[in-house]
Ligand binder design. Structure first.
Ligand code: BEZ
Length: 392
């Protein structure tokens, strides 16, 4: 065979391959964009997963069902807030379903497995709740974003508040896993800087809710105050048990805001008056928040909470990135650059992302009044997570 003829044949094969591949490339920009939702739909965090999905879908619906010009298709996995199943679950979305972007999850331990899988596979990941410090710390990556908070943030803000109130000796109580440990660590950092002392850290395994023995220990330790991280069904039970044990009257209880967010209906009067710190509250009264709340209630016949806001903002972040790359999510550096420079118009108030892709945001001081977490001040203005260990 002459060289000329060989080139001709090879060229023909290449052209044929291109003809086959071309529709697939075109598809990459214009076909449906597969969003892999990995959230808890069962267990103590089930309501949180539903609120995140509702918030996400609300923004997509407000954009006419398309982001960056592409119709959105959802693939869902119930992660059960179970870290032991997390790697298999996320790989179902990445390998079996070939999703374009992962959105998840609530539980910090599960989110760390997601971040590892996202890093290994290069899949885009937006975390709409889990605060695991590592996700925007040592595990940070240019294609991993968070629309929520780091566990350090509300804890640190509350540490400052409790120190300023003049409390000296505090006991902490939480679930023994990354979110609880890191929330307490953030609290302790600020509280001890402010002259206080944490005299005892109490914990129980996630998602255990047998609090009685620990409440008896708090009563005998007689601290000036208690700091806690619980969320979802566990938070409902803890607040009720704390009151039933007679502690609410004698030892002030402070918490990261998850203690009373999305839970007030079930907690009733036992939550009344509690002070918490969080990046959202029920009485912000901005035009953006009012519209969000109205549309959420209309769509779901439910009141929104912080989880719904984080889901909504995860979709806003995806939209910002996709608009910048005209729907081509494979253009990761351009996608990241657009999200990094965006001012995200959130119901919580506008926020930006820090260098590690974690929100830089106001942390509000809220007080429970009836069925609302009323914002009574800003505990920490534009608080940025330190992003320890992130190299990006
Ligand atoms: C977490 O595991 O990171 C988490 C769970 C529920 C509420 C807040 C944080």
């Amino acid at each position: 065979m002459t060289l000329h003829r060989k080139h001709f044949i090879l060229g023909g094969i290449a052209a044929a391959c291109w003809a086959i591949a071309a529709p697939a490339f075109a598809q990459a920009n214009t076909g449906k964009l597969k969003v892999g939702l990995m959230l808890p739909y069962t267990g103590t965090f089930a309501a949180l997963g539903v609120a995140i999905e509702n918030g996400f879908r609300l923004h997509v619906a407000e954009q006419g069902g398309k982001l960056g010009g592409r119709e959105i298709e959802f693939v869902k996995v119930d992660d059960e807030s179970d870290p032991a199943k997390a790697t298999d679950n996320v790989n179902k979305l990445i390998k079996r379903d070939s999703v374009d972007v992962l959105v998840g999850t609530v539980h910090s331990g599960v989110a760390m497995a997601m971040a590892k899988a996202a890093k290994d596979s290069g899949t885009m990941l937006i975390v709409p709740n889990a605060g695991a410090d590592a996700v925007t710390g040592p595990m940070c990556a240019s294609h991993i974003f968070r629309s929520s908070f780091s566990n350090w943030q509300p804890g640190y803000a509350m540490g400052e508040v409790v120190a300023k109130k003049g409390h000296k000796k505090v006991v902490t109580i939480t679930w023994k896993y990354a979110a609880g440990d890191e929330s307490v660590k953030g609290f302790k950092e600020a509280f001890e800087k402010g002259g206080g002392q944490v005299v005892k850290d109490l914990s129980l395994p996630f998602p255990n809710v047998e609090f009685q023995a620990l409440l008896t220990e708090i009563a005998s330790l007689k601290p000036d105050a208690v700091y806690t991280f619980f969320a979802g069904g566990g938070a409902v039970k803890f607040v009720k048990d704390y009151a039933a044990a007679g502690l609410k009257k004698s030892i002030p209880l402070y918490g990261a805001g998850f203690l009373t967010d999305g839970t007030l209906e079930a907690q009733g009067a036992d939550a009344d008056g509690l002070l918490t710190t969080l990046h959202y509250g029920d009485s912000l009264d901005s035009a953006k928040d009012k519209a969000f709340r109205l549309n959420y209630v209309k769509a779901y016949k439910l009141q929104p909470d912080v989880y719904a806001v984080q889901g909504y903002d995860a979709a806003q972040m995806l939209a910002i990135g996709l608009n910048a790359v005209k729907g081509d999510i494979t253009k990761k550096p351009e996608f990241a650059a657009a999200v990094e420079k965006a001012r995200i118009d959130s119901p919580r108030g506008p926020f930006t992302l820090g260098k590690t892709h974690n929100p830089v945001q106001d942390i509000y001081l809220r007080q429970v009044s009836g069925k609302e977490n009323k914002v009574i001040g800003v505990a920490s203005k534009s608080l940025a997570d330190p992003g320890r260990g992130c190299r990006m």
